[in-house]
Design a binder for this molecule. Structure first.
Ligand code: ADP
Length: 397
């Protein structure tokens, strides 16, 4: 079945058309500047790329432009829109209402809207994408796949914050965790790679990219994860601070006369790798700067790898052992140095990286020595494929 996977942002819309049976990507692309003017970049497999400026006052025009291209004789990959069996939407926050992907109907739309306050920057755009598809492709089943859903199996001791309990009960403040689709996908792939049932494995999955999170996946279920109520929590990231002592906020806001909005913007956009290094949020830039002797760039990278190492140790303890560590996303898949640095702190646990095998980029590989007590794996993530598979499974039901 052909599945159109949609990831709608406030002014952008990423798409992929995939065959859920053989996992082929038929086409992918990106609409940008929606609501401003409108640009599309379309990449059909086996044909030339197409770029154009197309007016996109709303997401509906963007979806129409995508459908027109998918069926166009020159840049298309299908004959008619009826060859699209279903649409799978990435939705950032499903709150406690969604612990798995769901077929979207009118009743669910209102539940989705109730989740807006939990992710005011992301969920409204995701919902706009669903409404646009509904308008442009009436009758085609639509499925919501949530970044938070995989983590809904966490036990209360892992998700509760030590705040007055009514903030959890009334305001839904708790750890939700994100990147769930990625953690789920790579843990499933890890089990396949190891030739063992997922239900028998304790895996720490490290999604290390511009945004980063680490998850403890015990017997196929997320039991703890580093991001929290929002994606600002956990590890320091490209521009996000990650966890910090909340007492810092009052101190800095008073000293610099910052409003809460300004403070939170600093935590989201000016902190993390960019904040420490003063150079860049991008790990490749930090590598370059640190090899030229920039100490703050080196400090940023070591603060990051140190925290990842600590989390792996913590999650091994949380699960009472670990069978595999998985590295994924931009940094995890591509940076041999970073994997080496992170794993060098784990030798006390019997984990041993093989430096020769570790010389891989962007491919599935076991990079541990034969003697290592747990496998160290590199597994490229594929959130679009996971969304397509979830969508097809629900529609076939
Ligand atoms: P996003 O969270 O935006 O999806 P990605 O998963 O694409 O991010 O990761 C982007 C990050 O991966 C960037 O900081 C980039 O520098 C880093 N990255 C990509 N390739 C390498 C590499 N070879 N070495 C180090 N970092 C890399």
């Amino acid at each position: 079945m052909n599945i159109l996977v949609i990831n709608a942002g406030s002014s952008s819309l990423k798409y992929q058309l995939l065959d859920s049976e053989n996992h082929d990507v038929l086409a992918k692309g990106l609409c940008e500047r929606i609501g401003i003017d409108g640009q599309i970049k379309h990449t059909p497999t086996g044909k030339d790329d197409y770029r154009s400026n197309i007016p996109m006052p709303t997401h509906s025009e963007a979806i129409k432009a995508v459908l027109d291209l998918l069926v166009s004789p020159e840049y298309g990959v299908i004959k008619s829109a009826s060859e699209i069996g279903a649409v799978g939407h990435r939705i950032v926050h499903g709150g406690e209402a969604f612990n798995q992907s769901v077929l979207i109907d009118d009743k669910l739309m209102s539940v989705l809207e109730e989740c807006i306050p939990l992710a005011p920057l992301h969920n409204p755009a995701n919902i706009t994408g669903i409404k646009a598809c509904h308008e442009v492709m009436p009758g085609v089943p639509q499925v919501g796949v949530f970044d938070t859903a995989f983590h809904q199996t966490m036990p209360p001791k892992a998700y509760i914050y030590a705040l007055p309990y009514e903030y959890y009960e009334e305001d839904k403040v708790r750890r939700y965790g994100f990147h769930g689709t990625s953690h789920k996908y790579v843990s499933q792939q890890a089990a396949k790679l190891l030739g063992k049932p997922l239900e028998e494995l304790k895996i720490v999955t490290c999604h290390l990219g511009n945004g980063s999170s680490v998850t403890a996946v015990k017997y196929g279920k997320s039991v703890d994860t580093s991001m929290g109520f929002t994606p600002l929590g956990g590890l320091p990231m490209g521009t996000r601070s990650g966890d910090l002592d909340a007492g810092i906020l009052e101190y800095l806001m008073n000293r610099h006369n910052l409003s809460i909005t300004e403070m939170v913007s600093v935590l989201n956009k000016k902190s993390g790798m960019l904040g420490i290094s003063g150079v860049s949020s991008d790990f490749r830039d930090l590598d370059d700067a640190s090899s030229q002797g920039n100490e703050r760039a080196s400090l940023a990278v070591s603060a990051f790898t140190y925290d990842v190492t600590k989390l792996i140790g913590a999650y091994a303890a949380a699960m009472g052992g670990v069978d595999a560590i998985v590295f994924t996303a931009g940094v995890g898949e591509n940076s041999a140095d970073m994997r080496e640095e992170i794993c060098s702190g784990l030798e006390f646990m019997g984990l041993e990286l093989d430096s020769q095998k570790n010389k891989v980029r962007g491919v599935e590989a076991d990079v541990s020595t034969d003697a290592s007590r747990a496998r160290i794996l590199v597994i490229p993530t594929n959130e679009e494929l996971m969304i397509a598979m979830d969508t097809a499974a629900l529609v076939k039901k």
